[in-house]
Write a protein that binds this ligand. Structure first.
Ligand code: DC
Length: 335
């Protein structure tokens, strides 16, 4: 038995659009595979939860699949997944090699069929990663994923529940049922914790050190890395963090390690905090930056480290635009 896979996206959540897309997909699968409908064992559909107007399986009857058993299922909501998407699996007794069919942008489900690019941007606290990655994402029209926000949300959840981030067993329980999602609205990342937008809360200065501590636990890293990989698999994106090039996406084709002197980083972070309404003295920020880097770099799991194949950029004496141009040029050289 062979499984022929396929997927398509739908213009709008309407019966007419769903029928049209499914018919087009099945017709293409039939043609490309010279499918004998008598050999079809069954057809399985799944669709994303933003489609409600019509069962994709019903459209299969209209596309000529008169006798095969049909089945439709709803997919869970997954961060970074394509929206309005229908997947199909046609099981057939044919022995011919299967030709999978991906239409209307659904090819991004298959990395081997797409041009998805992932850029890893790692570096210590305050090195400018988030500013730079937002600008790069804008220029390349790709997503920007701030992975630190996820660890910050884990720390915030512990704080909200009165759980100490140093207590591994208690953290494990908190993380086991954390509902953490990242959504991009108009290109801006919003972090949702148990349904609430916590994008501002997680930026509170006291969360930084707690995020660093909580991120050292295996239970936390396993869950966050899985989420990050799921997003990166489906979407072209630049991920900023500490372990993207070494651990999350070791095969990423573009890797950068951005750094600057602790003094410069502390100065930038203090100014950033002030802009957000937090008045944190420079000396305090400097001490914290040094302590956090040491903690992030010395933990046993996926520590802050430059990947061997990452390009090192020291931005101490560089402007934001100079760093952006340098990274874009390096990417261009490799394309
Ligand atoms: O980038 P940031 O300051 O928002 O990150 C907060 C903490 O999260 C950082 O001190 C260490 C942790 N972190 C991590 O361990 N791995 C990442 N990929 C990103 C952040």
């Amino acid at each position: 038995m062979k499984a022929i896979r396929g997927a398509t996206t739908v213009g709008a959540d309407s019966a007419a659009e769903i029928k049209e897309s499914v018919k087009e997909l099945l017709t293409e699968i039939k043609t490309q595979n010279a499918l004998n409908l008598e050999e079809v064992v069954c057809v399985l559909f799944s669709n994303t939860s933003d489609l409600h107007s019509f069962y994709p399986a019903k459209a299969a009857r209209e596309a000529g699949f008169f006798t095969a058993p049909l089945f439709s299922a709803l997919e869970p909501e997954i961060d970074g997944a394509l929206s309005k998407c229908i997947r199909v699996m046609v099981l057939t007794e044919s022995e011919k090699p299967a030709k999978h069919v991906y239409l209307r942008g659904a090819a991004v489900l298959r990395r081997d069929l797409t041009n998805i690019i992932n850029i890893a941007l790692d570096g210590p606290a305050g090195s400018g990663k988030s500013t730079i990655s937002k600008l790069i994402a804008e220029k390349l029209n790709i997503l920007c994923l701030d992975t630190g926000a996820m660890y910050r949300a884990c720390a915030l959840k512990c704080v909200n529940l009165g759980v100490s981030v140093t207590d591994e067993e208690a953290v494990k329980i908190v993380i086991s049922d954390i509902n953490l999602t990242v959504k991009h609205e108009n290109g801006v990342q919003h972090t949702y914790l148990d349904g609430k937008d916590v994008s501002e809360d997680i930026r509170r200065p006291e969360i930084s050190m707690l995020a660093s501590t909580v991120s050292a636990w295996e239970c936390v890293r396993t869950k966050m890395v899985q989420l990050q990989r799921e997003i990166a698999m489906r979407t072209s994106c630049i991920l900023d963090g500490r372990d993207i090039g070494t651990n999350v996406l070791p095969d990423a084709p573009y890797k950068f390690f951005l750094t600057a002197s602790p003094e410069v980083r502390a100065k930038r972070r203090a100014a950033e905090n002030l802009q957000k309404g937090f008045n944190t003295p420079y000396e305090y920020v400097l001490a914290e930056v040094i302590k956090r880097d040491k903690q992030d770099a010395s933990r046993s799991i996926a520590p802050l480290k430059q990947a061997k194949d990452a390009i090192l950029i020291d931005s101490s004496e560089m402007t934001v635009n100079q760093v952006v141009d340098l990274i874009l040029n390096k990417i261009q050289e490799k394309i």
